[in-house]
Design a protein around this ligand. Sequence first.
Ligand SMILES: [Zn+2]
Length: 151
Amino acid sequence: MVNCELCGRSAQLIEAVVEGTMLSLCQGCSKFGNVVSIPKSPIRTKVTQKVVEIDKYLDEIVPDYADKVKTARESLKLDQQTLALKINEKLSTLQRIESGKLTPTITTARKLEKELRIRIVDKYNLPQSNKLNLQNEKLTIGDIIKLEKDD
Ligand SMILES: [Zn+2]
């Protein structure tokens, strides 16, 4: 086993191109890039596609994200410019997020969660049939457990 070049997780890796760079990524991270090759087995190809599809439905930004970001930032005594730098976003982007005019992407929301120690990405309530599918895919269950354990 080798480690994913994005999240460092030890997992079955997939070659993917992220911002022009070829990286070896886990299934969870591969959705950030264009997957250029997938491990040989056709079964695994199918699983990968399924996982990515389910992931789209798993992550949702909570409706009160703007208040949560602003309140957490103020309680940490960070100004908007400092926080924008920390999450590698433009000040104007952060301002729009805090005023509720812009829903952050999952990637940006994850960075905000990490910096502010808040929870603004919520899980979509999966239909029962999808839950059953998930139970057949160990890596996906691991990902979900990881999502639930807020750090
Ligand atoms: Zn990864």
